[in-house]
Design a protein around this ligand. Structure first.
Ligand SMILES: [Zn+2]
Length: 381
């Protein structure tokens, strides 16, 4: 049985559509991966996530090693069994979270020592431990452990972090390859770093290709640099990666970011936006995002989005969801999360079909025109 393969079935400009085949299922690309940080896509049952058309979801090394503990998940049969999701799971290595969430971090060549954001307990996350945790979880797509620095840090700091990330990429790859059965059924991706610097990105890509990975992520973006700077970096970063391997833009993004990145040759995305927005009252529609907290929806008898085939829009009105959100009812977060996940997956399906039909440019222009037009400014967020 295939461990990991990526077959591109059609291209349109720099964009590609295809299928990643793995033992737990196929992933249609371009793919959006809902975020299930703590072994749950928040407010959704696994069958609801699947019904939204998601082929793969995310888990997180940092969160799961602290709670409930990777060894415990392994003892209980692995992450798929634990959370009742049978299809592929990609796990982040914890490199980003350990720097953004934990305290008293100390970065050395060995790894990152830190205090848990939950209880202050001391831990060490190294390339070896990160890969071990991802193996204990039985992750399908393992991410290398890397070091992130803000895009606004000095070039010297960025160069140092990029070079250390390369050494950690090699250690991650070696530890993955020592994984026995797991290495025989899972895949590992390298992460290109180098902030917004062309030369650093190039050096990072070349070193990663030298080590050899199943796929390549563009890392260190969507951390506050703005869409223009991000896309400017993606413009040159993707060309440095092998064309026949999946390209994953980590942590992106807004629907318009995704369309723009697909045009530039990105195949995989993850972002908390559809789920987090669902819990804060924001719904995505083809005409832009709307804030259901707004009083204008109190008497609105329309669904969240006209024509949306999702189970929330089939039954409930904006007025009802507005009431739930205003009342702090759990069902409000559930319905909005469900709609948002369907919106994202319908966008991905539209992108895949447009690439196959060689009409991506027109699809993207029409989507971006409607999505960013904001023809009715009242209540738009
Ligand atoms: Zn809907």
């Amino acid at each position: 049985m295939t461990r990991f393969s990526f077959a591109i079935s059609a291209t349109d400009g720099a964009a590609r559509t295809g299928i990643i085949a793995m033992q737990r299922g196929e992933i249609r690309t371009p793919a959006f991966m809902p975020v299930g940080t703590a072994a749950t896509v928040k407010a959704m049952r696994p069958e609801e996530v699947r019904a939204s058309d998601a082929d793969i979801i995310l888990g997180n090394t940092y969160h799961l090693m602290l709670r409930p503990g990777a060894e415990r998940v392994a003892k209980l049969g692995g992450l798929h069994r634990f959370m009742a999701w049978e299809r592929p799971i990609l796990t982040h290595s914890g490199g980003y979270q350990v720097m953004s969430l934990s305290e008293l971090t100390k970065v050395t060549e060995e790894g990152v020592a830190f205090a848990s954001h939950l209880d202050g307990s001391r831990h060490m996350l190294s390339p070896e431990r990160s890969i071990e945790v991802q193996r204990l979880l039985d992750s399908d797509i393992v991410m290398q452990f890397d070091q992130l620095v803000p895009t606004a840090s000095s070039r010297e700091q960025q160069a140092e972090a990029m070079e250390r990330s390369i050494r950690w990429a090699k250690r991650s790859r070696d530890e993955f390859d020592r994984g026995g059965d797991h290495a025989g059924r899972a895949a590992i991706f390298g992460i290109q770093q180098g902030a917004l610097d062309v030369a650093l990105r190039k050096a990072s890509a070349e070193a990663l290709i030298d080590i050899g990975f199943d796929g390549y992520a563009v890392g260190g973006l969507a951390v506050g640099e703005g869409q223009e700077a991000m896309l400017g970096c993606v413009d040159f970063a993707v060309d440095m990666l092998p064309a026949d391997k999946p390209h994953y833009l980590m942590g992106v993004g807004k629907p318009d970011d995704i369309v723009e990145a697909v045009l530039r040759g990105i195949d995989m995305f993850d972002c908390v936006l559809p789920t987090r927005s669902g819990r804060t009252g924001q719904a995505f529609t083809a005409n832009g995002a709307i804030n259901l907290r707004n009083a204008r929806f109190a008497d609105d008898g329309e669904p969240l989005e006209a024509g949306c085939p999702c189970p929330a829009c089939a039954v409930f009105t904006r007025a009802y969801v507005h009431h739930l959100v205003k009342s702090g009812e759990i069902l409000g977060a559930m319905l909005m999360t469900q709609h948002n996940l369907w919106f994202y997956q319908r966008l991905m399906q539209g992108l895949r079909e447009a690439i196959t039909g060689k009409r991506l440019r027109g699809f993207a222009e029409e989507f971006l025109r409607r999505y960013t037009l904001k023809s009715d400014p009242v209540g738009w967020t």
